[in-house]
Design a protein around this ligand. Sequence first.
Ligand code: ADP
Ligand code: VHF
Length: 287
Amino acid sequence: MSSLSLQRHPMAATTRAVQLLSAHRLVVKIGSALLVDEETGKIRSAWLETLIADIVRLFERGQQVIIVTSGAVALGSGQFDGLGRPLRIEEKQTAAAIGQVRLMLAYEQSLKRHGFAVGQMLLTSEDLQNQHRRLNSWSTLQQLLKIGAVPIINENDTIATTEICFGDNDQLAARVALMVNADVLILLSNVDGLFTEDPHDNPLARLVTEVRCITPEIEAMAGHSHARHSSGGMVTKLMAARIAMDAGCGMLIARGNEAYPLAAIENGAPSTSFVPLAKDRATREEH
Ligand SMILES: Nc1ncnc2c1ncn2[C@@H]1O[C@H](COP(=O)(O)OP(=O)(O)O)[C@@H](O)[C@H]1O
Ligand SMILES: N[C@@H](CCC(=O)OP(=O)(O)O)C(=O)O
């Protein structure tokens, strides 16, 4: 059987809808480009309201959603306007320190309107690879879910460095999905999914609807990001997919720009599905 599928057929969309509807625990990662208007550097609050409405709907039907969000650097980088060059790492970290406050305020205000509290967790990939720190994080996260608060995770940008993958919330989200034993990881981005080439470079590129194995052919499709404040492009999304698939967790990449992005998936919007290696959930790491 081929490791990838390029055809679009109604069954694929139905399978994704079922995957989302039947998941008990979901990790949803939101990229900077969705949250922050590149022109103004401000939160896209009208869009955020629709995402939160989607998430609240999932909680109300008994599902658990853990949010992994980017956007801190984009929201804080206005402090460095006028430099005329890309920000250095310590400037990005400073921007993140300022932007993280704005980011959480926006989530808090929106979720509060629906009666939900928010719990902020700032983590690094390194934290999640260390058993002791991972167990502490998992314990906090479980408590948040238990009391009905929505866990919102971002990378701890002010302490992360290039060596520990500064600016890679895709892989962080995959490690969070493992930690919480998620049924599905959804990466909401500004494209429908993985294309045969970057669709911004080649409008004729075709959407890959399903990936069963990350082969060199698949890896060769993935390019970097063009967006000002996004970081990894498809390269880090494939790294995340590898982590998730190996652990038996399904992953979707879908477009999130439009209103109600999770409802769109349920209604059959296009996406790329990364099929996990068949693994009994019981064999996945239990905490
Ligand atoms: N093969 C590909 N298929 C789809 N997008 C690609 C591909 N290669 C590179 N990209 C780029 O990856 C971008 C999405 O990644 P990124 O900008 O990091 O978003 P996010 O902020 O959601 O993490 C797309 O906008 C696109 O320009
Ligand atoms: N932690 C950073 C985001 C890094 C990142 O992975 O960005 P993105 O490629 O937009 O998901 C921030 O909050 O700005």
